[in-house]
Design a protein around this ligand. Structure first.
Ligand code: ZN
Length: 174
């Protein structure tokens, strides 16, 4: 696990579906905003003109309300696109929210790391994690109990094929 995740692209980028929702929401906001502000423009153009006042007022009200609705809905859709269903609070699921927001957390961490790099502070490689207790997934050989690397297919000690389930284990730094 520890080595493969680093190069997995999905964990740092937002899914295509969410990107689509984000841009759709943005488009809705633009259309809604134009619709909303068009009412002010037409009211300015027709200033002092009271012919057909009722119909025009009604059309303006409809446009204003539709525009407002589109703005709000667009903002909502855009938020879901950016943060995911759980990340934006539509679904109450903190664990999923964490995954939804992971690209942004990573972005924040990456920017922090860039800043520290610029300041000449070396955080070290992320693969090693905290120096006190690096967590490694090891697989125990069923035949001889030797602990092997997670991805080994054969025991490094006795050569038996590894089939046991991975177990979490904290190794000392030495
Ligand atoms: Zn073995």
């Amino acid at each position: 696990m520890r080595k493969r995740n680093r190069n997995q692209p999905g964990r740092r980028s937002v899914s295509e579906g969410r990107q689509g929702a984000y841009y759709l929401g943005m488009a809705m906001m633009v259309v809604g905003g134009l619709l909303f502000f068009s009412t002010f423009i037409s009211s300015a153009l027709n200033f002092g003109d009271f012919t057909d006042f009722e119909n025009r007022t009604l059309s303006m009200a409809v446009r204003a309300i539709t525009g407002m609705g589109l703005l709000i809905m667009g903002g909502f859709v855009r938020g879901i696109g950016a943060k995911g269903l759980a990340g934006s609070g539509v679904i109450l699921d903190p664990e999923r929210a964490r995954r939804d927001l992971e690209p942004f957390s990573r972005q924040g961490g990456g920017m922090l790391k860039d800043g520290l790099d610029e300041a000449g502070i070396d955080l070290g490689s992320r693969a090693t994690g905290s120096p006190k207790a690096p967590t490694t997934v090891m697989v125990r050989c069923l035949a001889c109990d030797h602990l092997n690397e997670e991805d080994s297919r054969f025991c490094q000690d006795c050569g038996a094929p590894i089939r046991s389930k991975p177990q979490k284990r904290t190794l000392d730094a030495d």
